[in-house]
Design a protein. Structure first.
Length: 250
């Protein structure tokens, strides 16, 4: 099995922007000058390269997309501009993630972001990620950014399989799951470091009946040796990250 996964990863094409789905300059300009977009979001753009990531994933105007485990919604807002007024963005968070001191701060940030209908094509989806309540084959693209590792850390041993099964159910045939994640590697235990091992993610995706079609080097940082936690001093926002484009083939 390990040998098979190595072969899979070896043949994955490495590309930065296989599809020019968006007008690169116009989306970049919209994000930089968006009225009401938090300054903290704009400061993160250089490290997160959202326009390059969305182009790699093939996001297009008019699509229906989900920002999965969206938290305060950095990617929700990016997606809102990318799909435009004819598209729809679901901002998914579980009810449990919006309780307690930290959850209440997240909820307040969401309310601020969506106040006065500023992002009119965004709909909040307060449901668990394995029970989205959406119709089968109804979504073009799903993004999960820097949160897939939490599925491995879950007390539920089936969390990854259940998440991927629900993802596959709601995606249209040919739809894309984009996984953006802090890269981990042996011999370091990725769980406590809040990282995920790319080959393990690829194996789980393909076990769920989807195809990991490409891996991008857009967010790679060779200076991160993957031995430290992602919140370590000097590392936050500068981790080595992989971006996978996963396809629902049928």
């Amino acid at each position: 099995m390990k040998k098979l996964l190595l072969v899979i990863l070896t043949v994955l094409p490495i590309a930065c922007a296989p599809q020019q789905a968006q007008n690169f300059a116009s989306l970049e300009d919209a994000l930089a000058n968006a009225s009401g977009r938090p300054d903290a979001d704009k400061s993160r753009d250089a490290g997160r390269k959202p326009v390059e990531v969305l182009n790699f994933l093939g996001i297009e105007s008019g699509q229906t997309v989900i920002d999965m485990i969206a938290a305060a919604g950095y990617y929700t807002e990016v997606l809102s501009y990318a799909v435009g007024p004819t598209g729809r963005v679901y901002m998914q968070n579980s009810a449990a993630s919006l309780t307690g001191e930290r959850g209440e701060r997240t909820a307040a940030a969401i309310e601020s972001r969506l106040a006065n209908g500023r992002l009119a094509n965004v709909e909040r989806l307060t449901r668990d990620p394995d029970d989205l309540g959406l119709p089968d084959n109804s979504v073009d693209t799903i993004i999960i950014a820097l949160e897939f590792h939490e599925l491995y850390r879950s007390d539920n041993p089936n969390a990854v399989a259940e998440f991927l099964a629900e993802t596959r159910r709601v995606l249209k045939p040919g739809g894309v799951l984009g996984i953006i994640e802090h890269a981990g590697s042996a011999p370091f235990d990725p769980g406590p470091l809040h990282r995920a091992i790319e080959s393990q993610v690829v194996g789980d995706v393909q076990a769920a009946g989807m195809f990991a079609s490409a891996s991008s080097s857009i967010l790679r940082n060779p200076d991160d040796d993957r031995s430290a936690g992602v919140f370590a001093e000097g590392l936050r926002g500068a981790t080595d990250r992989f971006v996978l484009r996963v396809i629902k083939t049928k």
